[in-house]
Design a protein. Structure first.
Length: 247
């Protein structure tokens, strides 16, 4: 049985290893564990852009996507698995945070603040909901493009997951950049959003098999150990998995 899974270049969740040319990352390894357990003998990986993930699985160009945030709008077009992590947002910005950007609301309060986002990601909706204006936002197809713009000074912050930005800053070891987790936008800030694998809505057999294995595997010692290697801790896992148990 062969399955093709699409991913994007977004450490620590997934990326193409420069030395081997192979897909790697927390979400990639989780997919490998789950798919092997349900009898998949061959996995093909398709690197793509974020904006192509949902249309690609809808059209049947591949069988599943790496986890992305679950939203009601997205759930109308694809079928989501059980959630596999819960992660809040954060900024990657220039060291010292010269414009004191701590969340989307702080961007909205400064006319001179410019925010970089990946087109189609939930951070775009969150920024707009917090009052960030379209004129303050630059959309990119790839994370690498946003980082280049940040280094060049054409944007002041790049918004993504807090965990992803922390890992990215650590991997780049660039003294001119730093990651900050978002402060709550308000006392009524929404709960931490969850991410899940996504499938063609007609592929009910694959979805059911993956879900059954996720329910058995998530929260196990093996799962937590594997995810910890990529920086995912109990903070990102406990909201969506069972308490730790022996694998």
């Amino acid at each position: 049985m062969k399955i093709t899974i699409a991913y994007i270049e977004e450490p620590p969740f997934g990326w193409t290893d420069a030395a081997s040319g192979h897909a790697t990352g927390a979400d990639i390894e989780l997919a490998q564990c789950v798919l092997a357990a349900i009898g998949v003998t061959q996995i093909a990986y398709r690197a793509t852009t974020f904006s192509a993930l949902l249309p690609g699985v809808q059209r049947g160009e591949w069988d599943m996507n790496v986890p992305l945030f679950v939203t009601p709008q997205r759930a109308q077009t694809v079928a989501f698995s059980a959630p596999v992590w819960a992660i809040g947002d954060g900024f990657l910005l220039r060291a010292g945070n010269p414009k004191s950007l701590t969340n989307y609301a702080s961007v909205a309060q400064r006319d001179d603040a410019r925010l970089g986002l990946i087109a189609g990601q939930v951070q775009h909706d969150s920024a707009l909901a917090a009052g960030v204006r379209d004129s303050q936002i630059t959309l990119f197809d790839q994370q690498s493009e946003a980082i280049s713009a940040l280094r060049e000074g054409s944007i002041d912050a790049y918004a993504s997951t807090a965990l992803g930005n922390r890992i990215l800053a650590s991997r780049m070891a660039d003294a001119h950049l730093e990651a900050v987790d978002h402060e709550n936008e308000s006392a009524n800030a929404r709960s931490t959003p969850v991410g899940a694998f996504s499938f063609n809505r007609n592929d009910t057999r694959l979805l059911a098999a993956v879900n059954a294995q996720l329910h058995a595997y998530l929260g196990s010692a093996d799962h937590r150990s594997r995810m910890a290697r990529y920086g995912l801790s109990s903070k990102e896992l406990d909201a969506v998995v069972a308490p730790p148990h022996a694998s």
